[in-house]
Ligand binder design. Structure first.
Ligand SMILES: *Cc1c(COP(=O)(O)O)cnc(C)c1O
Length: 387
């Protein structure tokens, strides 16, 4: 027997290496944007969640600086103690206005918003139905809640309904949880159908709009707006760190729900309030989302253009179904995905390989930005041709 209780770590890492599952961080040394300095090399960036380019927007940066000058670098405590500022409330009201909900609550990250919301609205006597491709934060929120969890096959309404028929009666509350834009695939959940089923089976619905906010919907409110479901009862979660270019998360919904969460969500109560800089940046970003719909138009123009270029120029590549700014090229295995990503990088293209255990099948994942130029898309297609 080994005397060192930490000796297991090294062989575990070796196993990770052998499976080609080893991960490491790469350094970006420039402002975020469509073109960045990655490990000292200029590359076209298809790996960012900054869909509208707001993380380097001058007025968003200025808002963060002004808030830091006025309120300091940290919020110094949890919101219920010394960490609450008027700025937080302004941001929450702006989110509620964007989402057309009664109220909203800001968390320190989207991950924490999901953990806190799910764990406080359901418990041991309850049932969670969860799409198999849901984000890690939804899955771990479900585990934390202690509820019975059933994973249903990806976007499969029939299976979802069958589970509800068989199981719903045995439980007190029921919660259906789903990404709206699936983060590693780019497709959308069938939201209207999910809401209809939820109504029929007396179930709550919690949707994660992380990749939809600022991207989908006429006003950029997300997938809920896209599907004309704005005023249907549901719980909306999202992040400030993707199209809004900042850091933090939120829950939007009825004022009773938000009031309840302020009293019950441990990941909100026992953590430090969002920093003034992050709060002000997100607030400014929401104003831009509302004032400049042309950013969204430009993003969708880029999405449509790239889809067209790929189908014309790369007929042998399989593009996974997508209705968002995330486009995935399916590859036959992990090794191929890794080599393709390396070749792309050599050609000046930053588009990462996504592989198990994050997803069931290996792929190159491309995220588009409003600030990509046509020439960037053409270079990507040329690089894919020769990789
Ligand atoms: C990124 C992401 C989150 C986490 O948001 P953070 O604010 O980065 O913690 C949650 N859900 C989904 C679907 C995401 O893609």
């Amino acid at each position: 027997m080994s005397i060192d209780p930490y000796a297991w770590i090294e062989p575990s890492l070796t196993t990770i290496h052998r499976a080609d599952w080893y991960r490491f961080a790469q350094t970006i040394s420039s402002l975020p944007g469509a073109v960045v300095q990655l490990e000292g090399k200029t590359v076209i960036n298809f790996a960012s969640n900054d869909y509208l380019g707001l993380a380097s927007d001058r007025s968003v940066i200025a808002a963060a600086i002004a808030a830091t000058e006025e309120f300091g670098t940290g919020s110094t405590g949890s919101r219920l103690l010394s960490g609450h500022r008027q700025l937080h409330r302004e941001l929450e009201k702006a989110i509620a206005s964007l989402k057309q909900t009664e109220d909203a609550l800001v968390f320190s990250s989207g991950y924490l918003a999901n953990l806190g919301a799910i764990a406080s609205i359901v418990g041991k006597r309850d049932l969670i139905l969860s799409d198999r491709y849901n984000h890690s934060s939804l899955k771990n929120g479900a585990i934390l809640s202690g509820a019975k969890i059933i994973d249903y096959p990806h976007c499969n309404i029939i299976e979802l309904q069958n589970h509800l028929k068989q199981q719903r009666e045995k439980y007190r509350r029921c919660l259906i949880i789903t990404d709206t834009v699936f983060s590693m695939d780019g497709d959308l959940c069938p939201l209207p159908e999910i809401l209809d089923i939820a109504e029929k089976f007396h179930s709550m619905v919690l949707v994660d709009e992380a990749h939809a906010t600022g991207v989908l919907g006429k006003k950029g409110a997300g997938c809920v707006e896209h599907f004309h479901s704005t005023h249907r009862p549901l719980i909306q979660i999202g992040t400030l760190s993707k199209a809004l270019g900042s850091l933090g998360g939120y829950i939007a919904g009825s004022s009773t729900l938000i009031d309840f969460l302020r009293n019950r969500a441990p990941t909100w109560i026992y953590t430090t309030g969002l920093s003034p800089a992050d709060t002000a940046a997100a607030l400014e970003a929401i104003k831009i989302v509302q004032k400049k719909p042309e950013l969204r138009t430009q993003l969708w123009h880029n999405i449509d253009t790239l889809k067209q270029l790929i189908s014309q120029e790369l007929p042998n590549l399989k593009l996974l179904p997508s209705e968002s700014a995330i486009l995935c090229l399916q590859l036959k295995d992990t090794a191929t995905a890794l080599t393709t990503a390396i070749k792309l990088k050599e050609a000046g293209i930053f588009a990462p390989a996504i592989r198990p255990p994050t997803v069931p099948t290996s792929r190159i994942r491309i995220s588009l930005m409003a600030t990509h130029q046509i020439s960037h898309l053409e270079k990507l297609v040329t690089a894919l041709k020769s990789s």
